[in-house]
Design a protein. Sequence first.
Length: 57
Amino acid sequence: MKLQAVIIDVDGTLVLSNDAHTQAWVEAFAAFGYDVPYRSCEQVRGAANCFSLRRFR
């Protein structure tokens, strides 16, 4: 089947994924032994990853 269309979701336009993205950060930190609260990750939501990670040094 030939591809006829592509749907791109940019920053929650079609799917509200902010909470899932924030929870993924919490779980990623936990996987490496860091206890970072949801609220802390929520405060940097939307920032570039390189800037977000600097906040948690």
